[in-house]
Design a protein around this ligand. Sequence first.
Ligand code: HEC
Ligand code: HEC
Length: 270
Amino acid sequence: MLAVAAIAVALGVAFYNQTRPRLTAPERGRRLAEATGCYGCHGPEGTHGTPNAGRSEPTVPDWQGSLMMYADTEEDVREWIRDGVNKARRESESWKAARQSGTLRMPAFGKRLSASQIEDLVAFVMASAGRPEPTDSMALAGRDRADVLGCTGCHGVGGRLARPNPGSFKGYVPPWDGADWPELVNGKDEFREWVEHGVSNRFRQNSIAMYLLRRGALHMPAFEKHLAPGDVDALWAYVEWLRSPHGSAAAAPAPPDSAASTDSSGVGRG
Ligand code: HEC
Ligand code: HEC
């Protein structure tokens, strides 16, 4: 009896692990930013700052190009969100005057959100700014091709998001640095199959997998006719970089005060 119960529990745990959603930090941050009101001032997904009457910068900064003028490091981004200002600017009289003159002011979210929620927002802001970025030219080329080919529309900026895909097995488009990846892509050959044909041979031969894939509203397109020579190699180089410790903003050493934010939700990076 006990052995049967133990097996049932083990199978249950295995099934749960297979089917439960495993969102990455940037995707949790994207959803949280919507729920926290950030987009009211920074625009949808932080792409389009709202006009800020009274201030010399005509709009609230976005989280792409203009982030560079406000934040050099991940820690700067964390300070902006937690404290409403970063350390470098806090002491500046001219910044205080500029802030005072604008109608919109960055709130401090440190008391409203937990440390791990702030880490998720940091991960999303960093991903939106395309940071960190690869140093290797092949991986950089792959990142740029993913934009040009339209991959990042569905897979999100840098392939780091998990946008909703209603009806699909997990409920989202799988991110390239997510924990679901190894179940879908066992190496470069399968990656090529997904990109060229919109599905891997392994999945195509599995009727249950195909049944589940077809239920989603969004489907991975076949890009075979639209790829330039070398595209798959470059995209693969980018994905390998993204899945390495270098590709993850959160892999950078955390400052001591964020120890409480260590995330236990099982989001893997490879
Ligand atoms: C009431 C409007 C408002 C809201 C809501 C708001 N911000 Fe801001 N945010 C600003 C303004 C204005 C600045 C410019 C800061 C300055 O120089 O005073 C800013 C600056 C920032 C910066 C640094 C510069 C940059 O490029 O964006 C980050 C990061 C940021 N906000 C993230 C967030 C996040 C995350 C949220 C939601 C949790 C949020 N903001 C909500 C107005 C807002
Ligand atoms: C129309 C939305 C869409 C576009 C555009 C798109 N994908 Fe996908 N992709 C998906 C979906 C949805 C899946 C999950 C499988 C399915 O349901 O078809 C997927 C799965 C994948 C997988 C399997 C592994 C995983 O975890 O993501 C890879 C690899 C992949 N896509 C790479 C790419 C690349 C590279 C591009 C651009 C050349 C691209 N995708 C463009 C929607 C898209």
